[in-house]
Design a protein around this ligand. Structure first.
Ligand code: SAH
Length: 373
C-alpha cells in the first residue's frame, strides 16, 4: 500500500468532485474521466493508476507522472474485546493521529480526526493536553475513511457497507480546519465515492460560532455541540472557547443552523459527566432551561480518565439521576456507552503522541497480564 509521500505530485484522494473535474479540465480531459477516477480510488480502493482499466493508457501514464494516491501510514492497530478497533496513524511531520471504529449492530461508526492536537485546551481532554501541531489535509482526513473501509473489509470479509456513519469527533476541532474538513465531507457524501447522506455524517464542535454559520451554507451535516456546562461561569472553565463565544451566542447559532426546514431537526448536545463539577441536580435544571431555547437532545458522556488528570467520572447513580431529571422535564437524554476502554479508544482519550503511545501500550500490556493471571 502506498503511503504518504512528500513530493510535488497532486494527491488525488483529497480532491472533491469539483476540484477533481477542474484538475482534469486542466489536462484537457472530460469531466467523466474525473468521476471514473474517483470511483477507482474511493469505491474500488485502488492506488495504482495502471489498474484503472477503463482509462486510456496515455491518460494512466499522464496521471502516474503527475499524481499520487496516498494515505496515512498505520503504526498501530488494536482490537478491543467489545469489537471497537483503533488505529494509530502517522502523517508527515513526525505526527500521529488516531481513528476509531465502533460497530453497533447494523451501524458502524467511524470516528475521524481533523487536526494533529488541538488549540482549544478543554480542561478534561487528553488531545488538548498535547497542544496543537497542525491541521490535517483533506487527503489525510478522507484517507482515514478510505483506510478504514479497506481494513474493515479485510476484517469482516465483505465488501458491503461497513462504515455507515462518520463522526468528526476524533482529535482536533473540525471547525478550526474548516476548508479541509468541508472538502473531506464532500468526498464522504459523493455518490462516486462513499455516498454517505448528510444525516450520517456528524460534525462535533466545541462551539466556534461564526464557523457554524459558514457550515450551514456549505455543508449542512448533522451537528453535535460539546456543551458540557449549563452556565457561562462553569463553561468558561471547562471549555475556554466559551469566553469568546458564550452560551447565548452558541444557542443562537444552533437555531440558525436548523432554520429553513432541514430534516436535521435537532442538535445533539454532548455533556461530559464530571463528578462534583457539572453533575448536580441544579445543573440538570439549568440545562432543561437551555433546552427550551433550541431543538436538541442531550448525550451524556461518562468522563474517561487519563493519566495526570484530576477529574473523576460521575457515578452511574449520579448520571442516571441527572438523566432522569432531564427526561422528567421532557428533554431527550441518553447516556453514551463507553466503548473500547481496554484499548484507550474512548472519547477524550485520543492523544497519539509517540511518548503517550509508548506509555499507553505499557498500560495495555499490564492490563492484559492482569487479565491473564
Ligand atoms: N473538538 C470537537 C471534537 C473532538 S472531541 C468537540 O469539542 O466537540 C469529541 C467529544 O469527546 C467531545 O464532546 C469532547 O468534549 C469529548 N471528550 C473530550 N475529552 C473527553 C474525556 N476525557 N472523556 C469523555 N469525553 C471527552
Amino acid at each position: 500500500m502506498l503511503i504518504q509521500q512528500n513530493n510535488s505530485k497532486t494527491n488525488l484522494i483529497g480532491l472533491d468532485r469539483e476540484q477533481m473535474e477542474a484538475f482534469f479540465a486542466d489536462m484537457n480531459e472530460k469531466p467523466f474521466r474525473a468521476t471514473q477516477t474517483m470511483k477507482w480510488i474511493h469505491q474500488v480502493g485502488i492506488t495504482d493508476f495502471s489498474e484503472m482499466t477503463n482509462l486510456s493508457k496515455s491518460l494512466r501514464e499522464k496521471l502516474d507522472g503527475r499524481c499520487e494516491i496516498s494515505v496515512p501510514e498505520i503504526t498501530l492497530d488494536q482490537l478491543s474485546v467489545d469489537g471497537t478497533r483503533k488505529w494509530l496513524l502517522s502523517v508527515p511531520g513526525r505526527s500521529a493521529i488516531e481513528m476509531v471504529f465502533i460497530p453497533e449492530g447494523e451501524r458502524g461508526t467511524l470516528c475521524v480526526s481533523s487536526q494533529v492536537g488541538c488549540t482549544l485546551d478543554c480542561s478534561f481532554c487528553a488531545t488538548g493536553k498535547q497542544g496543537f501541531n497542525r491541521d490535517l489535509t483533506p487527503a489525510e482526513i478522507i484517507g482515514q475513511v478510505w483506510l478504514a473501509k479497506k481494513l474493515l473489509g479485510e476484517q469482516y470479509k465483505t465488501t458491503d457497507r461497513i462504515v455507515t456513519n462518520v463522526v468528526m469527533m476524533g482529535m482536533g476541532e473540525p471547525l478550526m480546519n474548516f476548508e479541509n474538513v468541508v472538502t473531506a465531507m464532500n468526498i464522504m457524501q459523493d455518490d462516486f465515492c462513499f455516498g454517505l447522506s448528510k444525516r450520517r455524517i456528524t460534525l462535533s464542535t466545541a462551539g466556534v460560532v461564526p464557523m457554524i454559520d459558514r457550515l450551514k451554507d456549505r455543508c449542512r451535516v448533522s451537528l453535535a455541540v460539546s456543551l458540557h456546562a449549563p452556565n457561562d461561569e462553569l463553561r468558561d472553565q471547562l471549555v475556554p472557547l466559551n469566553r469568546k463565544y458564550p452560551i447565548k451566542e452558541l444557542i443562537a447559532a444552533c437555531n440558525r443552523y436548523l432554520e429553513d426546514g432541514s430534516n436535521r431537526s435537532r442538535i445533539t448536545f454532548e455533556y461530559i459527566m464530571l463528578e462534583g463539577v457539572n453533575d448536580e441536580l441544579l445543573h440538570a435544571q439549568q440545562l432543561v432551561e437551555l433546552m427550551k431555547q433550541v431543538p436538541g437532545k442531550v448525550n451524556l458522556i461518562p468522563f474517561n480518565s487519563f493519566e495526570g488528570i484530576d477529574y473523576k467520572r460521575s457515578s452511574s447513580m449520579r448520571i442516571n439521576r441527572f438523566k432522569e431529571e432531564l427526561n422528567r422535564a421532557g428533554v431527550i437524554a441518553t447516556v453514551r456507552t463507553t466503548r473500547g476502554d481496554d484499548i484507550d479508544a474512548a472519547c477524550g482519550q485520543l492523544a497519539g503522541s509517540v511518548m503517550d503511545r509508548t506509555r499507553r501500550s505499557e498500560k495495555f500490556r499490564q492490563k492484559l497480564s492482569e487479565k491473564i493471571q
